[in-house]
Write a protein that binds this ligand. Structure first.
Ligand SMILES: *C/C=C(C)/C=C/C=C(C)/C=C/C1=C(C)CCCC1(C)C
Length: 236
């Protein structure tokens, strides 16, 4: 019976709980704020809210999975990533379009392609469907590299240079999240899969939870800040 509920000594469980509630609150916030910004920015805030909504549902399950089993909820995390990471990628494209940039569809396709490669091989390695887990990791890294190239030096990155100051600074903050904030996940793969046992399962999950908070909620807040700035004081 006691394993069905969060225990006060379960610090990792508490972080699951906090993030799950933060995802719900952020969803309401993004959707609500989307009603007041200029119409060009509504889609960006809707997508930010969808990311946290999808994560909120998964965190509900992940929290309970953790409380009952004390194990990493690998499958739920990957399903969550499969839906939320493409949505996060689309945000780069949407904010450029909202800012009037003519960034081509190729950019969008490359971002999605990189995402799928990254997650597919990550999952194949983690689930041991590919027995060579280091090779799977390497291939997953290629996917991430495609994304990083696209937003720093590729078509999307170049289009951002031509945008106004507000868009440029938001775009820049968002891509640093993709480079630095996202690095947690491959590091987690190395610690948890390639060097199994090197890091305690508890710590690994606390770090993942914190990373999701930054990579989903903070990422959305950057977009929200941009949308509000660009909409001017009048609409608020
Ligand atoms: C909200 C969830 C996010 C932003 C999840 C991001 C996940 C990654 C950046 C995963 C990256 C991985 C690699 C770069 C190599 C292969 C292993 C992965 C899937 C952990």
């Amino acid at each position: 019976m006691e394993k069905m509920f969060l225990q006060s000594g379960d610090f990792t469980g508490v972080t699951f709980w906090l993030v799950s509630i933060a995802m719900i609150a952020s969803t309401v916030f993004f959707l609500y704020e989307g009603l007041t910004v200029k119409k060009e920015w509504r889609l960006s805030l809707l997508v930010a809210g969808l990311v946290t909504l999808v994560a909120a549902v998964h965190y509900d399950y992940m929290r309970d999975f953790w409380v009952v089993t004390g194990e990493t909820p690998v499958v739920y995390r990957y399903i969550d990533w499969l839906i939320t990471v493409p949505l996060l990628m689309i945000e780069f494209f949407i904010i450029l379009r909202a800012a009037g940039s003519k960034v081509g569809n190729g950019s969008f396709v490359r971002l999605l392609f990189g995402t799928l490669i990254m997650l597919l091989f990550g999952f194949l390695g983690e689930a041991e469907i590919m027995t060579n887990q280091a090779l799977a990791f390497g291939l997953g890294m290629v996917g991430w590299a495609i994304i990083i190239y696209e937003i720093f030096a590729g078509a999307a990155g170049n289009a951002a240079k031509e945008a106004n100051e507000a868009v440029r600074s938001a775009f820049s903050a968002m891509r640093w999240i993709v480079l630095v904030g996202w690095a947690i996940y491959p590091i987690g793969y190395i610690a948890g899969v390639l060097m199994e046992g090197a890091v305690a399962t508890e710590s690994l999950n606390v770090v993942y939870n914190l990373a999701d908070f930054v990579n989903k909620i903070l990422f959305g807040l950057i977009i929200w800040n941009l949308a509000v700035k660009d909409s001017g004081e009048t609409s608020h």
